[in-house]
Design a protein around this ligand. Structure first.
Ligand code: PMP
Length: 419
């Protein structure tokens, strides 16, 4: 494009941006929260319990049952690919369980470990990028060094992962969101899962933090299936390698769901040796509420289909608007996930921060640029996470149309500044 053409393009984009600002929008695409209508679909939970007794006659009002209600664990065993006996139902947040797993490993000796992680000179976690900022925040809080690993359409780049874990015994873990990952919607291929399970690690106490937060969050009628990480780890002689996490936060109520932890028998024993000091048992009435409301694995599947009917139009709208506004311009690429909660928008290098800042000035709040990278630092300044579930459809449409305008302006200004 000639400089004159670029200037004309920039001026057009500026006018569109000024018109956008003049609208005085107040829209928020920052966090992956369920919309009120999604939450309404789970309101059956509010009246689901009138008697606090479990299937085997236990009085759920009392202390006890640290492992969680067996009938709830039975509903989630298939979705999380963890045998019921190795799956625990806990409190309302899986992030809390991931946090605790790190703290327990720092302060107690993991199965297979030579010493507590706190006694190691340094601990490193591999962080596939783009990834989930709250994973990175836990590492940062506890002084765990993070090394970014690029994502591929099949999951983390396994050539890089295999090399890093083999070379350094201080590399103790990797964060994985294996299905419809946050934020790019990637589904790990069977080969990726097999390589994660089979790879040789210099650390004897290496752990995969398998955050299967979106295990059942399909947006199409072809649910993605991933390989069974616990079974593959055991098959390759690394039975204690994977910690599996999940929750019903984006199934029932985000603030009052149930979180799950699954792993090998040795890891479960280790986990309970810590949690039994911390609690006399979880909120079993909330767990019963979930059992009554969901019923069984088929009930869970049906509920997810009902939720998808609310979410899909928003994902479709994002793709349609970005295609109409930016398709073929070379100014952006974006993912079109088949499930989960997020879309990743890639803008020209060096533009993401400016896009987020200008969107904010126009009343459109986006997740901070860099949030999808360790230490909030996206070296290419290119990746933006879009979270379309919370606003209603008209708001999503307005916000994405606005984002496209901002991308055109920022990209034109950037192109001019480098000519
Ligand atoms: N893991 C991932 C990948 C997530 O995207 C989220 C929510 N944004 C969570 C965990 C949080 O889960 P919970 O509500 O169970 O703490």
């Amino acid at each position: 494009m000639s400089v004159d053409e670029l200037i004309a393009q920039r001026d057009r984009a500026r006018q569109d941006y000024e018109a956008l600002v003049a609208k005085g929008l107040k829209l928020d695409l920052t966090r992956g929260k369920p919309s009120p209508r999604q939450l309404d679909l789970a309101d059956g939970m509010l009246a689901a319990v009138d008697r606090a007794v479990s299937a085997d006659g236990v009085d759920l009002r009392n202390y006890g049952g640290l492992e969680g209600l067996p009938e709830l664990r039975a509903i989630f065993t298939e979705a999380l690919q963890v045998p019921v006996g190795q799956l625990l139902a806990a409190g309302n947040s899986s992030l809390e369980l991931m946090h605790d797993a790190i703290v327990f490993a720092l302060l107690g000796v993991l199965p297979g470990a030579e010493r507590r992680w706190a006694d190691e000179p340094e601990i490193t976690f591999l962080c596939p990028v783009p990834g989930y900022d709250r994973h990175f925040a836990i590492c940062e809080r506890y002084g765990i060094k993070m090394v970014a690993v690029p994502m591929t359409p099949d999951g983390p780049d396994m050539d890089v992962v295999e090399q890093l874990v083999a070379a350094d015994p201080q590399v103790k873990g990797i964060w994985c969101v294996p299905k419809y990952s946050n934020p790019d919607g990637t589904v790990y291929s069977d080969d990726t899962v097999r390589r994660l399970a089979a790879m040789e690690t210099a650390a004897p106490d290496f752990r995969i933090f398998w955050d299967n937060a979106y295990a059942v969050h399909h947006l199409t009628d072809q649910p993605a299936e991933i390989a069974d990480v616990l079974a593959l780890c055991a098959e390759h002689g690394h039975a204690d390698r994977a910690f599996v996490f999940g929750s019903s936060s984006k199934i029932t109520y985000a603030g009052c769901g149930v979180a799950f932890f699954g792993s090998s028998p040795a890891n479960i024993e280790w986990w309970v040796s810590h949690t039994s000091k911390r609690s006399i048992g979880p909120d079993k009435i909330n767990q019963l509420r979930h059992v009554r409301f969901l019923g069984d694995a088929d009930g869970l599947r049906q509920h997810m289909r009902n939720l998808a009917d609310l979410i899909r139009p928003k994902f479709d709208a994002v793709d349609k608007i970005l295609t109409a506004e930016l398709g073929g311009t070379g100014l952006a690429t974006w993912t079109a996930p088949a499930g989960g909660y997020f879309i990743t928008l890639e803008v020209p290098e060096g533009c993401a921060r400016e896009v987020v800042a200008k969107a904010k000035a126009a009343g459109i709040a986006l997740t901070p640029a860099g949030a999808s990278h360790p230490y909030g630092d996206d070296p290419a300044d290119r990746t933006i996470r879009l979270a379309p579930t919370y606003p209603d459809l008209a708001e999503v449409e307005a916000a994405i149309t606005g984002v496209a305008t901002v991308v055109r302006l920022v990209a034109a200004e950037k192109a001019l500044s480098t000519t």
